[in-house]
Design a protein around this ligand. Structure first.
Ligand SMILES: *[C@@H]1O[C@H](CO)[C@@H](O)[C@H](O)[C@H]1NC(C)=O
Ligand SMILES: *[C@@H]1O[C@H](CO)[C@@H](O)[C@H](O)[C@H]1NC(C)=O
Length: 360
């Protein structure tokens, strides 16, 4: 009898798992034409997503990271005086998104500031970025973007091709309604990804910080737009002032062009290059490269072990994706994985991680 019940239990658990197991799905790609008016240039993308998807994602992020009544006050102040706080074309792009969805401007702005408003708080956030070279020295850059409010963000994860004068200038992965970039490739020049770096910074200071520094994701888009190559991207990423600290991981087009830029709000405190570390790759999660990761969240050492097991001779985009798909590097908060290479635009590929492990 006991065995019989056990079998039934196993059967139930098994069928439950089969029903629940999901596959990673490629993110859909849309075009944004930079020659169009910033107010309308996102519309061809926005048309494909219901407004409730964006609003649910923002609400869920805000609930998790900040107290609501404080937020409403902040949203009103920023929206009332948007041009004082957000530079162009980003202010008008946010206005255009708010207008299209008939959503409060303050909410759209706060969604775009979520990273800067929450970089002091580790709840459910992580990220891994790796730049590596294959046996011929070709650069491959991969990243997991981990964030709380996972399912809402997975639903609105997209790839965006930014065009100017009929040409693709850069490609990025973002959430609908977010005009900044934390994952992007400048065609034939460099790739960049951002991983969270925590400090004791408090979100209440955002207003004053906004007048002195860039929201982090907008700064990254500035660099993608304006830098010409790997070294100029590093230089810009070192110098800019941002609201929140950040790790930027940059890949180039020549062998050994891989680096981790460790930033506080005012600029870089260190640049760790591929030659300073494992010689054929760099791995960044959310800790300074010269310190060991805490045992409570060590995704770095497992990633290094997997990289070394594969080896430079076997390294390719598929194997890098496998590293990023192995627990604990892939974790319950992973929203997407992107693999890219500045030299080969057609490689750029984002998978939405519906297949993430469940929380215990
Ligand atoms: C940055 O840190 C790395 C270790 O992660 C070290 O090898 C390198 O020399 C440092 N660079 C500078 C410019 O201090
Ligand atoms: C670029 O990437 C695509 C897609 O993975 C691949 O089929 C192609 O062979 C690559 N081209 C070069 C020159 O490596």
């Amino acid at each position: 009898m006991k065995t019989f019940l056990g079998l039934i239990l196993v059967f139930i658990v098994f069928s439950f798992n089969v029903v629940e197991s999901k596959n990673a799905m490629p993110a859909k790609r849309y075009k944004v034409n930079l020659d169009d008016d910033p107010m309308t240039r996102w519309v061809p993308l926005l048309e494909n997503f219901d407004r409730s998807l964006l609003l649910d994602a923002i609400d869920s992020l805000l609930k998790q990271y900040v107290k609501n009544d404080e937020l409403i006050a902040l949203a009103e102040i920023i929206a009332h005086d948007l041009d004082k706080y957000i530079s162009q074309p980003y202010a008008d792009e946010m206005r255009g998104i708010s207008k299209f969805y008939k959503a409060e401007l303050g909410k759209v702005v706060l969604g775009n500031l979520a990273y800067d408003a929450s970089a002091w708080n580790t709840v459910g956030k992580a990220c891994t970025s790796i730049v590596t070279i294959d046996k011929t020295g070709g650069i491959i850059h991969g990243r997991n973007l981990d964030y709380g409010a996972g399912d809402e963000l997975r639903t609105i994860t997209t790839e965006v091709e930014f065009h100017r004068s009929g040409k693709t200038l850069f490609i990025g992965t973002t959430y609908v309604g977010y005009v900044g970039l934390l994952t992007a490739e400048k065609v034939n020049a460099f790739t960049i990804s951002g991983d969270e770096r925590d400090t004791g910074y408090l979100w209440e200071n955002i207003l004053s910080a906004l007048t002195k520094g860039w929201p982090t994701m907008l700064m990254a888009r500035e660099v993608i737009t304006n830098a010409e190559n790997f070294e100029s991207a590093i230089e810009m990423l070192q110098k800019a002032k941002t609201i929140a600290p950040m790790y930027f991981i940059v890949g180039g087009v020549k062998p050994h062009e891989g680096a981790i830029i460790v930033r506080d709000r005012w600029g870089a405190i260190n640049v760790t290059r591929m030659d300073d570390t494992y010689k054929w790759f760099v791995v960044e999660t959310n800790y300074d490269p010269w310190n060991p990761p805490p045992s409570s969240d060590d995704r770095r050492d497992p990633a290094i072990k997997l990289m070394e097991e594969i080896g430079q001779n076997q390294m390719n985009p598929e194997n890098l994706y496998k590293v990023l798909s192995t627990s604990p590097i892939l974790n319950p908060t992973t929203t997407y994985t992107t693999v890219m290479s500045a030299k080969n635009t057609s490689l750029y590929h984002t998978m939405v991680r519906w297949d993430h492990p469940n929380e215990n």
